[in-house]
Design a binder for this molecule. Structure first.
Ligand code: P6P
Length: 338
C-alpha cells in the first residue's frame, strides 16, 4: 500500500536525489546539496503562498506587517528567498530569475559549478483568486574556471540541462522533477516538512483529448496554429472534438497535460512574434520534463531543447505535450514550409 510505504519506507525527494547521485560515482554531492537548497526554497514559498492567501483575505497583509515593514509582493519575496538559498548553497555561479533584469554573478568566494534559471512565482497574478501558481527551475553545469565565467555560460540550449522541475502551490504542494532519468512527483507532507514520492516515474499518455491555449489570441495566430486548433474543435477523421482546458497558469496547465495527456500551446501571434513564454526558465524546464516523460516540445521551427538562447529573458512560441499531438503540429508547420 502506498499509504503503508509512506508510513514506514519514506521515499523523500532528498533520498531520491541521493539515489540518483549514486548513479554518478564521480559525484561529490554538490548536485544533491544544490537540489536540497532548491527544495528549501519551494518549502518556504509554499508556506508564504498559503499564508499570503489567508492574510490577504482576512486583511492581515494590509500595507505593512507587524514590524511595520512594507509588505513585500509575494513574487519579490519568493525571488529573494531563492536567490539567497542558491547563493548560500555555495554550488552556484550564475543565477537567472524572471524577477531580475540582469543575471546574478555569485560572489567568487561562494561560487560553485552550477547555473540555475528560475521563475520564482510564475502566474502570480492568479494568487488573489486562488488559482494554483508555481516555481519553475532548470540547472546547467559550467565546466570551466569559475573566475572566467560570462553570460554565455548560461545561454546554453535546453538539452544541456542536468535537471529541471516545477513546484505547484495549489490544494497541495507538488514538486515534479527530473535529473535526466525520468520524471518523479513528490507531495509536501506538512506534518513532516518533507516532500514524499507520490507520482513515481510519470509518463505522459501518447495521445490526449485536451488542448490548452488562450483562444482569445485566435485572430492573431499563424496558419499552422489556426489549422491545428480548428482540427481540435472540428476533427475531420470522425474522432470526437478535444476539450479545451486553459487555467492561465503555466505550471497548472503543464501539470494537467503531463498527468492527463493532451497539448499545451503558447503560439506566436502577430502582436508577439516570439509568443509570451520565456525560453530559459519556462520553455526549457517544461520541455525537458515533457521529453523525459515521453512527450515532445516544439517551437514551431525546431525541437525546443535545441534552441540556443541569445538573451536571458528571450521568449519563444511553444507547443508541448503528448508525443502524437506535437507530431501533428510539426506536420502542419512542415507543410507550411513546402
Ligand atoms: P495569457 C502567467 O502570467 C503566464 O506567465 C503563464 O503562467 C501562463 O501560461 C501565461 O502567462 C498565460 O498568458 O496571455 O494566456 O494570459
Amino acid at each position: 500500500h502506498a499509504a503503508d510505504a509512506h508510513r514506514t519506507d519514506l521515499m523523500t525527494v532528498t533520498r531520491y536525489v541521493l539515489n540518483e547521485q549514486s548513479r554518478h560515482p564521480e559525484a561529490r554531492g554538490d548536485f544533491t546539496i544544490l537540489l536540497s537548497h532548491i527544495v528549501l526554497g519551494c518549502k518556504f514559498v509554499c508556506t508564504a503562498v498559503n499564508k499570503a492567501g489567508l492574510a490577504k483575505l482576512i486583511g492581515l497583509a494590509g500595507e505593512t506587517n507587524v514590524q511595520g515593514e512594507e509588505q513585500k509582493k509575494l513574487d519579490v519575496l519568493s525571488n529573494e528567498v531563492f536567490v539567497k538559498a542558491l547563493v548560500s548553497s555555495g554550488r552556484t555561479c550564475i543565477l537567472v530569475s524572471e524577477e531580475d533584469e540582469e543575471a546574478t554573478f555569485v560572489d567568487p568566494r561562494l561560487r560553485g559549478k552550477y547555473c540555475v534559471v528560475f521563475d520564482p512565482l510564475d502566474g502570480s497574478s492568479n494568487i488573489d483568486c486562488g488559482v494554483s501558481i508555481g516555481t519553475i527551475f532548470g540547472v546547467y553545469m559550467v565546466d570551466k574556471d569559475l573566475d572566467k565565467i560570462s553570460l554565455d555560460d548560461v545561454l546554453q540550449p535546453g538539452k544541456n540541462m542536468l535537471a529541471a522541475g516545477y513546484c505547484m502551490y495549489g490544494s497541495s504542494c507538488t514538486l515534479v522533477i527530473s535529473t535526466g532519468n525520468g520524471v518523479n512527483g513528490f507531495t509536501l507532507d506538512p506534518s513532516l516538512g518533507e516532500f514524499i514520492l507520490t507520482h513515481p516515474d510519470i509518463k505522459i499518455p501518447k495521445k490526449g483529448k485536451i488542448y490548452s491555449v488562450n483562444e482569445g489570441n485566435a485572430k492573431n495566430w499563424d496558419g499552422p496554429t489556426a489549422k491545428y486548433v480548428e482540427k481540435c474543435k472540428f476533427p475531420t477523421d470522425g474522432s470526437s472534438p478535444k476539450s479545451l482546458r486553459y487555467i492561465g497558469s503555466m505550471v497548472a496547465d503543464v501539470h494537467r497535460t503531463l498527468l492527463y495527456g493532451g497539448i499545451f500551446l503558447y503560439p506566436a501571434d502577430k502582436k508577439s512574434p516570439n509568443g509570451k513564454l520565456r525560453v530559459l526558465y519556462e520553455v526549457f524546464p517544461m520541455s525537458f520534463l515533457m521529453e523525459q516523460a515521453g512527450g515532445q516540445a516544439f517551437t514551431g521551427k525546431e525541437r525546443a531543447l535545441d534552441l540556443i538562447p541569445t538573451k536571458i529573458h528571450q521568449r519563444s512560441p511553444i507547443f508541448l505535450g503528448s508525443y502524437d499531438e506535437v507530431e501533428e503540429i510539426k506536420a502542419l508547420y512542415a507543410a507550411e514550409q513546402k
